[in-house]
Design a protein around this ligand. Structure first.
Ligand code: G4P
Length: 283
């Protein structure tokens, strides 16, 4: 299955982000802590590196991610030049309040009315950028929603004296690999219209059976280690009594159940990629 998700406004937004990159001092990149690598838009990263702008990488939705893998991802990013990384839950204002101080510490010469610290916030759709902006600015500036691509144009906000924050729309990129697109679909970075739940759930099930069998057992009361991905969906349908009207297990509903329970955090803290897996896949 090819997920093809590149709405026209994203091309315009990319051009705007490239122009804005020249006018800012620091990039705040919001990533999904469950998939830090796959939720990093390579177009943004290339623009940032070309422009030699430092980045604060925020691993958001850390409340959903496996804390041990999040710790490894933070180590990984914090060892890169011109990069600082922080994990957080944007829904917790106290965690968000650490961000301004960290940004100022990254560029100590800036942050006064005469030499303002100009920042741009970037992130793929639905990663929690609006939630974060609202908490950072302590007022409602961006609509929060579970459907990707709600913010559609750039906006400049003042973040106290000597700091500005440019908001940008959530953007994906053309030509992403199928492996990345499944992870984005599972974490809801890609709109529902672009894929079939069952297709994405089969991939998610395969990963969970290999990496998190104990969480599956706890949630569904079945021996997940003995299943393959299709077998897991069938077992979920069985356990939850999901049966089609015409008879037979309702695998489509089992797929939606697995996706919903993963996305809501009901399965437990789960990361869909590790530093080591990504390093091996890029080697
Ligand atoms: P976006 O601007 O990047 O598109 O994302 P947005 O802030 O609209 O957030 C998308 C969804 O993710 C929202 O859920 C939001 O509440 C949730 N969210 C954002 N950050 C976090 C986080 O750190 N942890 C968790 N658990 N959720 C987060 P929603 O279902 O639309 O709304 P709600 O019912 O959660 O309020």
């Amino acid at each position: 299955m090819a997920i093809n998700w590149y709405p026209g406004h994203m091309a315009t937004a990319r051009k705007a982000a490239a122009e804005s990159m020249r006018k800012i001092d620091l990039v705040i990149e919001v990533l999904d802590a469950r998939i830090p690598h796959s939720s990093c838009n390579p177009m943004f990263e290339a623009l940032r590196r070309q422009g030699q702008r430092p980045a604060l990488k925020l691993l958001n939705k850390a409340d959903f991610a496996d804390p041990e893998h999040t710790r490894r991802w933070l180590q990984h990013y914090n060892s890169q030049p011109d990069v600082k990384a922080l994990s957080l839950c944007a829904k917790r204002p106290r965690e968000v309040q650490r961000i301004s101080r960290l940004c100022q510490a990254m560029l100590p010469g800036r942050g006064t009315p005469g030499r303002p610290l100009r920042m741009m916030i970037l992130g793929i759709p639905n990663v929690g950028k609006s939630t974060l902006m609202n908490a950072l600015l302590k007022r409602h500036v961006a609509p929060v929603g579970d459907e990707p691509a709600i913010t559609k144009s750039q906006m400049l906000h003042s973040l106290g004296t000597g700091m500005t924050l440019m908001d940008t729309p959530g953007m994906l990129w053309p030509g992403m690999t199928q492996y990345v697109s499944y992870k984005l679909a599972a974490t809801h970075g890609i709109g529902r219209a672009a894929y079939e739940d069952e297709d994405v759930a089969v991939h998610l099930a395969g990963y969970l059976v290999r990496q998190y069998p104990a969480l599956l057992t706890r949630r569904f009361g079945l021996l997940a280690a003995n299943c393959d991905s299709h077998g897991l969906l069938a077992a979920i349908a069985q356990v939850r009594g999901l049966v089609k009207r015409a008879g037979g297990l309702d695998i489509a509903r089992a797929a939606t159940t697995l996706l919903n329970e993963f996305r809501s955090g009901a399965l437990g803290p789960i990361s869909l990629e590790t530093v080591e897996q990504i390093a091996a896949s890029l080697a």
